[in-house]
Design a binder for this molecule. Structure first.
Ligand code: NAI
Ligand code: CS2
Length: 466
């Protein structure tokens, strides 16, 4: 039986395992992160680890889970340590990350989360809460005031459920105490993620305290970010293989590809780590970068997922090995590339080729089912936006339309994992699934009533159902 990873166990690990370049116990917390999932641990927490090792100071992270105790129970016995396992073909590299100081579980103790956000030492609140965590309308980006969590938080502001509710409660305490503003940094795959977060937070605050909403809008920062690293969900087999390799049991490990990219709008209200010294890009305008990534990488991912699952495939690399699916993905990337405009330092053709090479990395074992989830929250920015923009240039988008049609076909199957699942399943089993799906306003807005749009989706649907 191997012992749990811990500070004491660091000395026993093989020399090849990279350790934190500092003593975690000597570094204070400066960041509260909502949504301490796999991606945060494989991406932002690694940049913070690098910055702290280079002497940046008190920038450790206090994680928060708004849903369950799982990650807290994984990390608490490990002094917050976890392994980042980077896989590329037959190569594996193991790195112990020390930047996470601990995890709060909001349903167990909501007050502790509000207090953490309100603490004077807290300067950044980060988020990776999935696209559905923003309680917004995906088609418009606006806060959904009828969202059950928002309705709850308005009635119980001292024990919120939503990330938005916790942020407003923490900022209200800072406002009342004169503790000063924060930076709220979304790291989710949403277009204009900073603006979406700012809109949701100020809209909720304004419903109860307009002065608070004005203070937030006037003093807090909501930088946009583009985040990129393929981080598949960890499996028990991954944990067992790591234990065999390093001689320690790490239940909180994460696995990822070598590639990582972080483009951040340089707009912070209370300081930040020197992310740019460790590979991040601090820019004035994130939009070109996010459009390219969301439309070319994520649009292709969603197309792969629905076409691949329909063929009984399980992993991204398997779908990429299917000639017909690969050809569709190449066409989808080309359609998207035509809409992203000039992206500093990016050649669309080379970028598309690099994306396909990343998708071919079979060592990741990236499940199509993970990508397929929450499609109602993903399709607007990944496929629909490209179709609309290309229509404006009198260009059809058959490959993107095929991705939309494949999603609609997916809705009739047994694996619809989505916050709108009931509505989607009803559409998927309708006598006319295309018409029923296109009528779903949170996804398509008014596009469903546009003949040019419906015609493209129907033409794609016909190729799936000859
Ligand atoms: P994960 O499943 O490991 O973690 C998801 C986190 O979101 C958990 O902490 C969960 O409690 C929280 N969450 C889920 N629904 C929520 C809700 N309604 N309200 C508040 N919190 C909620 O997933 P992972 O891999 O960490 O991905 C999270 C997000 O990170 C993605 O949705 C995406 O926006 C972004 N991302 C993920 C990448 C990846 O390859 N995994 C890469 C780039 C971005
Ligand atoms: C994936 C993304 O699960 C999904 O929807 O498309 O998490 C993808 O792995 C990342 O955006 C890559 O940066």
């Amino acid at each position: 039986m191997t012992s749990r990873l811990s500070l004491a166990a660091l000395a026993t690990l093989p020399a090849a395992v990279r350790r934190p370049g500092y003593d975690p116990g000597t570094i204070g917390v400066g960041i509260v992160h909502l949504g301490i999932g796999a991606f945060h641990r494989a991406h932002q927490a690694v940049y913070a680890d690098d910055a702290i090792a280079a002497g940046a100071g008190d920038w450790r992270i206090l994680g928060v889970s708004l849903r369950s105790a799982g990650v807290r129970d994984q990390l608490a016995p490990q002094d917050g340590l976890f392994t980042l396992v980077v896989r590329d073909g037959d190569r594996t590299a193991d790195r112990i990350v020390g930047s996470v100081a601990g995890v709060l579980v909001a349903p167990e103790d909501p007050e502790s989360v509000i207090a953490a956000i309100a603490a004077p030492a807290t300067r950044i609140v980060g988020l990776t809460i999935t696209e559905k965590g923003y309680c917004h309308d995906p088609a418009s980006g606006e806060l959904n005031r009828d969202h059950p969590d928002i309705v709850h938080d308005l009635a119980h502001p001292d024990r919120p459920r939503s990330a938005i509710g916790f942020i407003v409660a923490g900022l209200a305490r800072r406002f009342a105490a004169g503790t000063g503003p924060l930076t709220l940094m979304s790291c989710d795959n949403l277009p204009h993620n900073g603006a979406v977060l700012r809109g949701a937070v100020t809209a909720l605050a304004a419903l109860t305290d307009p002065a608070l909403a004005d203070w937030i809008a006037g003093t807090c920062a909501f930088p946009a970010t583009m985040v990129d690293r393929i981080v598949p969900a960890t499996t028990d087999a991954d944990i067992a293989a790591l234990a065999d390799r390093i001689g320690a049991d790490d239940r909180a490990m994460v696995k990822a590809e070598p590639f990582t990219q972080w483009v951040i709008e340089d707009a912070f209200a209370a300081g930040r780590p020197p992310y740019e010294a460790h590979g991040a890009q601090l820019v004035g305008d994130v939009r070109p970068f996010e459009f390219a990534k969301l439309r070319m990488l994520n649009g292709a991912h969603s197309t792969l997922a629905y076409l691949g699952l329909a063929k009984g495939l399980a992993f991204v690399h398997e779908a990429m090995a299917d000639p017909a699916i690969r050809a569709t993905v190449e066409a989808q990337m080309a359609e998207a590339a035509a809409t992203v405009g000039d992206v500093p330092g990016l050649d669309p053709v080379a970028y598309a080729a690099a994306l396909r090479e990343r998708f071919d990395n079979s060592a990741l074992q990236h499940r199509l089912a993970q990508i397929a989830m929450d499609g109602s929250q993903k399709l607007p920015q990944r496929l629909i936006g490209t179709i609309v923009d290309r229509h404006g240039a009198d260009q059809p988008s058959p490959a993107c339309a095929l991705g939309v049609a494949a999603w609609i076909a997916h809705l009739s199957g047994p694996f619809v994992n989505d916050p709108l699942a009931d509505q989607l399943r009803s559409a998927g089993t309708n006598a006319d699934p295309v018409a029923a799906a296109l009528a779903i306003q949170p996804v398509f807005g008014t596009l469903g009533s546009e003949a040019w749009f419906a015609d493209q989706v129907r033409a794609a649907w016909a190729t799936l159902h000859p």
